[in-house]
Design a protein around this ligand. Structure first.
Ligand code: FE
Ligand code: FE
Ligand code: ZN
Length: 293
C-alpha cells in the first residue's frame, strides 16, 4: 500500500525559526514528518513580496532532494487579496490579474507547479457574471508557455464567494482558452460548509467524475470544520474535532484513486502551537490517539 502525500501549510519568511525563507519552509515541514508542504510567497493578506533570488532556491532544492520530497507535490497558495471573479470593480480585477501574473512567475522561478487560487467573490455582481469574469481573468494569465497550473479552490460560500459547486469549476474549465492550465484544489472544510457531505465520500467522488473529472484534482486541503453541513462559514477545525470527523477525513486521505495527490493541512494552531506533527501521525497511523487539545 502506498503512503499518502501529506503535509501542512508552513511559513516562508526571513524570520521563520526553522530557517530563512524556503530553507525554513522545508525544515518546518520535516519537523512535522510531512512529505510535502504548502506556502505563501509572502503574507497572504498583502502584496509585499521578496524577490525570488533572495529565497534560497538552491538550498531548497538540495533539502528536498536529501529528504526525498517530490517537488511536483509542493503547493503555493496565492494571496487572498486577488479577486478576479468580481465583475463590478475593474481596478480590483486588474490588480488581481497583474498580481497573479507575478505569482505565476515566482512559482516558475521556485519550480513549483501547483498554484492554489481562491476563485473570489462576486460582490454586487451576479453569479454567472462572476464566473465569466474569472474565465476572463484566467485567460489573461494562463499561458501554454508555463508549467504552472492554477488550482481553483472550492469555497465555503462565505459572503459572496463563488466556486461552491463542482459545476462552477466545470463551467470555468470548459470555457477557458487553456483548460490544461486550470485545475481544482478540494478543501474538505469548504466543501462540507458548501453542502458536500463527507459521510458519503463515494457520492462526492461520483460527482467529481461527472463534472471536472478526477484528473483535474491537483491537491486537497484536508481540514475538519467547526460548523455543520451547509453552514457557509469557513472556520477550519483540527482533524477529528469537527463536524467532518476523523474517519471521514481518513477515507479521503487514504483513497487509492487519490493516493498520489498532495493533501495539505490548514488546521488552526492550538495555544500558539502548530498541531501538524500530531495530526500527521494520527492520520498516517489511522488512529486518533494523539490529542492536540
Ligand atoms: Fe485557501
Ligand atoms: Fe483551503
Ligand atoms: Zn478556509
Amino acid at each position: 500500500m502506498k503512503k499518502p502525500i501529506l503535509g501542512s501549510h508552513v511559513g516562508m519568511s526571513k524570520s521563520n525559526k526553522h530557517g530563512k525563507y524556503l530553507i525554513g519552509s522545508v525544515k518546518e515541514a520535516l519537523s512535522y514528518e510531512a512529505n510535502t508542504l504548502m506556502f505563501y510567497t509572502g503574507a497572504p493578506q498583502n502584496s509585499v513580496r521578496t524577490a525570488t533570488d533572495k529565497l534560497y532556491i538552491e538550498e531548497f532544492n538540495q533539502l528536498l532532494k536529501e529528504n526525498n520530497i517530490n517537488k511536483d507535490h509542493i503547493v503555493v497558495h496565492a494571496p487572498y487579496i486577488i479577486n478576479i471573479s468580481n465583475p463590478v470593480n475593474q481596478t480590483t480585477w486588474d490588480f488581481g490579474v497583474d498580481f497573479l501574473k507575478q505569482e505565476i512567475k515566482r512559482c516558475e522561478d521556485i519550480g513549483v507547479k501547483i498554484l492554489v487560487l481562491h476563485p473570489g467573490a462576486r460582490l454586487k455582481g451576479d453569479y454567472t457574471d462572476a464566473l465569466n469574469a474569472l474565465v476572463k481573468g484566467l485567460n489573461a494569465v494562463a499561458s501554454s508557455q508555463t508549467n504552472v497550473i492554477i488550482a481553483l479552490e472550492t469555497m465555503a460560500g462565505k459572503g459572496t464567494e463563488v466556486g461552491l459547486s463542482l459545476n462552477d469549476f466545470k463551467y470555468v474549465i470548459d470555457n477557458v482558452n487553456e483548460p490544461e492550465k486550470v485545475a481544482v484544489c478540494l478543501d474538505t472544510c469548504h466543501m462540507h460548509d458548501a453542502g458536500y457531505d463527507f459521510n458519503n465520500w463515494e457520492l462526492i467522488k461520483e460527482e467529481i467524475n461527472k463534472t471536472i473529472g478526477k484528473d483535474k484534482v491537483l491537491c486537497f486541503h484536508l481540514n475538519d470544520s467547526k460548523n455543520p453541513l451547509l453552514a457557509h462559514k469557513d472556520r477550519h477545525e483540527n482533524i477529528g474535532y469537527g463536524y467532518i470527523g476523523f474517519d471521514n477525513l481518513l477515507k479521503v486521505l487514504w483513497d487509492e484513486e487519490y493516493i498520489d495527490i498532495p493533501k495539505i493541512l490548514e488546521t488552526p494552531y492550538v495555544e500558539d502551537k502548530p498541531p501538524y506533527k500530531e495530526e500527521i501521525e494520527n492520520l498516517i497511523n489511522k488512529n486518533f490517539s494523539k490529542k492536540v487539545k
